[in-house]
Design a protein around this ligand. Structure first.
Ligand code: DGY
Length: 325
């Protein structure tokens, strides 16, 4: 009998998914609390022909040089900025991600964060819990309108379109978006979408800007001081894409100076560390990278990552391979 492939599960995941992998492979699974990354990850790669990752592990030419048997890395995430796709291709290693299964859940959260940000939900809760609520007041914690306002989306893939549908059909918002390519005419008509050839136009015109674009080297600090300065003083900015797209310190300065009204952030440069400048702002809603975090969706993501490994080794082809962005 030929030896079963050896698989590394580098981040803790659902026991049922580890059991599923064990039915097909020899598995070294991280069943503790810490994520194996850096040296803790690379030192376990020799002898493994597949790896189940969560986005916390970087796979580049240097890592691949230490993993000569590796054939596939399966991300339990739709984003794959942790994978150097050119280096994978050069080494003949397949990369996979988990698209589609998280689209609607992530769009739900993007919209929830927009609403919490615009209507100052967490700020209001902190105020109440701090015992500061003395009386009903006509101007207590005034927020910004959502219905009828202009929603700006930068990055109009599946999740961006999900947020757009919620805004346009659910809240009567007007939509302006920027994307590498314009949507087809039927989708634009359905969403009554105005295509902006530049992100600057979205930043200038929108009342609520949501970032949903992939993180690539070109997207690093795409939204910095100069871009934030283009936004309306009443505008809000939501980032559910990746930390690093926004210059968090520049954003904190704008929030403190109130050159924009508020921000909602689920992702951070250098997470899980959050810039102290942001922590000091009251007009920002901060959440710990949970946009896809429902039990059903996280289970589907974990199963899809496992199924990619199984399909690759059984049928020679993964289900959802990544390609260079
Ligand atoms: C994703 O799927 O990319 C989420 O951000 C989780 O990492």
């Amino acid at each position: 009998m030929s030896e079963r492939p050896h698989i590394l599960v580098a981040s803790p995941t659902f026991p049922e998914v580890i059991a599923k992998l064990r039915a097909h492979f020899e598995v070294e699974a991280n069943e503790g609390d810490d994520v194996w990354k850096g040296q803790a990850f690379t030192s376990r790669l020799p002898g493994k022909s597949g790896a189940f990752l969560t986005g916390a592990q970087t796979v580049n030419a240097e890592v691949l040089a230490q993993a000569p048997e590796l054939k596939i890395v399966a991300n339990m995430a739709v984003g794959f900025n942790n994978l150097d796709v050119a280096a994978l291709e050069a080494a003949g290693v397949v990369g996979t991600n988990t698209p589609d299964v998280l689209t609607e859940t992530t769009a739900d959260f993007g919209f929830a964060l927009l609403m919490a940000t615009a209507r100052r939900v967490t700020e209001a809760e902190h105020y109440l819990r701090a015992g500061l609520w003395g009386k009903w007041s006509y101007d207590l914690l005034l927020g910004s309108e959502i219905h009828g306002s202009t929603l700006g989306i930068i990055g109009m893939g599946r999740i961006g379109q999900g947020i757009a549908r919620r805004g346009v059909h659910g809240f009567g918002m007007n939509l302006i978006y920027h994307n590498r390519s314009q949507l087809d005419a039927a989708t634009e008509a359905e969403l009554k979408a105005h295509y902006a050839p530049t992100k600057e136009e979205v930043l200038e015109k929108a009342d609520h800007v949501v970032l949903v674009l992939p993180y690539t080297p070109a997207a690093h600090h795409l939204i910095g001081a100069a871009q934030i300065a283009l936004m309306k003083p009443t505008a809000t900015l939501v980032n559910i894409a990746r930390g690093g797209i926004v210059d968090d310190v520049a954003l904190a300065k704008a929030l403190q100076a109130k050159t924009i009204a508020a921000a909602g952030l689920d992702v951070f440069e250098g997470e899980p560390t959050v810039a102290k400048e942001l922590l000091e702002c009251s007009n920002v809603v901060l959440t710990p990278h949970i946009a896809s975090a429902t039990l059903q969706t996280r289970l589907q993501m974990a199963h899809l990552a496992a199924d990619n490994l199984i399909a690759f080794f059984k049928e020679g082809k993964p289900l959802t391979p990544v390609t260079q962005q």
